[in-house]
Ligand binder design. Structure first.
Ligand SMILES: [Zn+2]
Length: 456
């Protein structure tokens, strides 16, 4: 008999040949954070045993969702500046609060954002931390990843201009690329060999970075084989700036600098020309589609159907709670599909199964983790959701993915495993005291809001 860390029994898995689901007698054998075997439970019972057996009770197992773009610190800004023009939204949310945030508020905001994400089935989250007001902010996001057990990619935000273009406004913070990259070195060395925490580089946006700063980042990324994520063409401002400053489009400038030659994940990608789409294809660049944030800020619609037809990998992002207000990836799946149907005036555009693939397999490819996560396969990391369809919003259920995308919500997420560890079970977090964090977060956020209003 082989002893293993965990066995999940009485589960269903996706099986398109059998009404989309297998019969409920599948077992997953998990050891050292990985899925060792998926198979018939009666057969596996004769070969494997574990001190931890989790009874799925007929629930469907799915790979955990991957959120490729958010700003966890903004959880403290949800609901601020709503229904105002873009600049007034910025002034009343991010620019109001961020300069006054301290280490504890960063930690609590990140914890609340992580807990909301896990409740909606997110097991991997890319946090695009802004350039730091205080030098070691990222440490507190990393601590939150570690405390709640989510798989976290810390994308270190960078802004190296001290004036925003066309105005006297200062960015909420800035540092040279050299200073920021030294901090990336320090953070990476703290988490070397950590099974769930990794790092990426996040230059803010073309008008928030100097040419030389971007060049340094591109060189560092290639040398260290790191993902580069950047806000790109969310509005017409990027191309206006790039054309005026460099005489060419944003993407052509990024090509010249060497950013496109990295593993590049462009966030938003709304105002794309044919040339931009060709460049994405040519450089095997990827996209993070953030439909809810794009709708709330009235930014426009990313040409996802067109990009997908070109074979460009697409992933999903919630964006920060300052612009989206929610960190639910189930909401993003539904809205993301509906927005494409409206935009293309075609009810067949972007199906539930396609957007589910963006939340899972394509999401993994977009962040270079396709060998580790994104599907339930033997040899992959055990990042697993147990979905309970026996709820009023998903009964009856014929096609589980259509039910989840169009009718689902966080109540359907019965359990969440990351790296083979049960971090959320039947509405409760196993590693953190949710009520305590929520009480502390509300108190801290209220204090921060009042002091920010006084200092403005
Ligand atoms: Zn963003």
């Amino acid at each position: 008999m082989n002893k293993v860390d965990l066995i999940i029994e009485n589960a269903k898995i996706l099986d398109k040949s059998n009404s989309n689901c297998s019969s409920p007698n599948v077992s997953l054998v998990i050891d050292s954070g990985k899925i060792l075997i998926i198979g018939d439970q009666n057969t596996l019972r004769t070969n494997y045993e574990s001190n931890q057996v989790w009874n799925a009770d007929g629930k469907l197992l799915l790979p955990g969702f991957i959120n490729t773009h958010c700003h966890l610190f903004q959880t403290f800004m949800r609901g601020l500046g709503k229904d105002l023009p873009f600049i007034q939204w910025m002034t009343n949310s991010v620019r109001l609060m961020m300069p006054n945030m301290d280490e504890e508020s960063i930690y609590l905001a990140a914890m609340v954002g992580c807990m909301e994400s896990i409740r909606s089935g997110v097991t991997t989250l890319v946090d695009f931390m802004y350039a730091h007001v205080k030098p070691r902010y990222a440490d507190h996001v990393l601590q939150a990843f570690d405390d709640c057990g989510i798989r976290g990619v810390l994308a270190r935000g960078m802004t190296d201009v001290d004036r925003l273009p066309g105005s006297d406004a200062r960015p909420s913070s800035h540092a040279t690329a050299e200073q920021s990259l030294a901090e990336v070195d320090r953070s990476r060395s703290m988490y070397t060999g950590h099974p769930r925490i990794s790092f990426a580089l996040a230059p803010s946006v073309i008008w928030g970075m100097t040419y030389d700063g971007l060049k340094e980042i591109a060189e560092y990324a290639v040398k260290n084989k790191m993902l580069v994520s950047m806000h790109i063409l969310e509005t017409v401002d990027d191309d206006h700036y790039s054309l005026e400053k460099y005489g060419k489009s944003t993407l052509r400038t990024l090509e010249e600098i060497g950013i496109l030659a990295t593993d590049f994940l462009g966030v938003h990608a709304i105002r794309l020309s044919e040339d931009d789409i060709n460049l994405f294809k040519q450089y095997n660049s990827r996209i993070s589609y953030n439909p809810l944030a794009n709708m709330i800020l009235g930014s426009g619609v990313a040409p996802i159907v067109k990009l997908s037809k070109q074979g460009i990998p697409i992933s999903l992002g919630t964006d920060g709670a300052a612009s989206n207000d929610s960190q639910s990836l189930i909401e993003v799946m539904k809205t993301g599909a509906l927005l494409q149907k409206v935009h293309n005036q075609d009810s067949a555009a972007l199906s539930a199964w396609e957007i589910f693939s963006m939340a899972t397999e394509q999401g993994a490819s977009c962040i270079n983790m396709e060998d580790k996560i994104g599907s339930l396969r033997e040899g992959k990391q055990a990042d697993i959701l147990a979905i309970d369809f026996q709820k009023s919003n998903t009964t009856p259920c014929y096609d589980p993915i259509a039910s989840l995308v169009y009718s689902g919500n966080s109540e359907n997420i019965a359990a969440v495993f990351v790296e083979g560890e049960l971090i959320f079970d039947q509405g409760k977090f196993t590693k953190v005291n949710e009520t305590d964090i929520l009480i502390r977060a509300q108190q801290k956020a209220s204090e921060l809001f009042h002091s920010s209003m006084k200092n403005r």
